[in-house]
Design a protein around this ligand. Structure first.
Ligand code: NDP
Length: 304
């Protein structure tokens, strides 16, 4: 889709739908040719409504692509040892190829202990030190879901990324750092910016590719964008929307979409850009881990 004012709008929702279709095809082949049904277990502790919706969506989409889905809802006051025991049980379960513990967890539970207990072979979020290391040195394995989704969109819409200057704003373990690794693999020249970066607008103006993963509504302005650049907005921010009624909110990204749209070459909207890709890439990772656990080469179109 091309906007009337400039940038091509990257429709992540449509791309994710197509990706889920391809995943369903791979799942069907794993079942018929190898007798393997990829299985994903999702564990949620407590009753945070946003997490509940997210987890329910994950479970629904898992079933829709033909995978086996297990959902464990534990009370907010569950002892840490019980959560760790459940993860150990899932580590040993041959029907499960991916384990995801929805973060954040309540304060009495140490998220690092949770992550350290997940078997790296089933770490579909790519959180464990082993998975992070494998990603860093380019070994096969699961890849952080949101950066994988961003990479798929960039490859599909922009094409060859080699030689391009990518500026990633944000250096979190979840998004910024793995994104930098993936774009390095694509032979981009990568700059990672953060809250202590001097002259952020000047750095972003040099970018052929901007990935915004900050968590600050509309921070990156149109006059920071180099004309024709690809702009990938990972940010999800709820802001007041008085025009929709008292107390109402809307979701916006980290990029000031209205001012960036006329300047950019490609841009992801929020919502409907990167967001829908994250769950689809979680399913892709589950196909990857199910393949690797069974000694098979994972499908090339689901890996970086
Ligand atoms: P974190 O809070 O973990 O990291 C934010 C990063 O932004 C940090 O590296 C921080 O720098 C940097 N930062 C903060 N303020 C500034 C600033 N003023 N200028 C430059 N850099 C700044 O966030 P996440 O990476 O987890 O998430 C980022 C955004 O992406 C959030 O809006 C989140 O909701 C969204 N998100 C969306 C997903 C999706 O599926 N679409 C998935 C995951 C996240 P420093 O390190 O110096 O503190």
């Amino acid at each position: 889709m091309t906007s009337q004012t400039g940038a091509q709008i990257i429709d992540g929702k449509a791309y994710a739908e197509g990706l889920r279709g391809r995943i369903a095809g791979h799942v069907a082949r794993l079942k018929t040719e190898h007798g393997i049904t990829p299985g994903l277990a999702v564990v949620i502790v407590g009753h945070d409504p946003a997490s509940q919706i997210y987890v329910t969506n994950k479970a629904k989409q898992t079933v829709e692509v033909g995978m086996h889905s297990e959902k464990y809802e534990l009370p907010a006051d569950v002892p840490e040892a019980e959560v760790l025991a459940l993860i150990e049980k899932l580590n040993a379960d041959p029907a499960i190829h991916g384990i995801l513990v929805q973060l954040p967890v309540p304060r009495h539970i140490d998220p690092n202990k949770i992550i350290a207990t997940i078997a790296p072979a089933k770490d579909v979020d790519c959180f464990t030190p082993e998975s992070v290391g494998r990603l860093q040195i380019g070994l096969p394995g699961p890849v952080s879901c949101t950066p994988l989704g961003c990479l798929m969109l960039l490859r599909d819409f922009v094409g060859d990324l080699a030689g391009k200057h990518a500026v990633i704003v944000g250096r979190s373990n979840l998004v910024g750092k793995p994104m930098a690794q993936l774009l390095l693999r694509e032979n981009c020249t990568v700059t990672v910016a953060h809250s202590r970066t001097a002259d952020l607008p000047g750095i972003v103006r040099q970018a052929d590719i901007v990935v915004a993963a900050v968590g600050r509504p509309l921070m990156i302005k149109g006059d920071w964008i180099k004309p024709g650049a690809a702009v990938i907005d990972v940010g999800i921010n709820r802001v007041p929307a008085p025009d929709k009624g008292e107390g109402k909110t809307r979701t916006v990204g980290d990029v000031d979409y209205a001012s960036a749209l006329p300047v950019a070459g490609w841009i992801t909207p929020v919502p409907g850009g990167v967001g829908p890709m994250t769950i689809a890439c979680l399913l892709a990772n589950t196909v990857t881990t199910a393949s690797l656990i069974n000694g098979l080469v994972p499908p090339k179109d689901l890996t970086p």
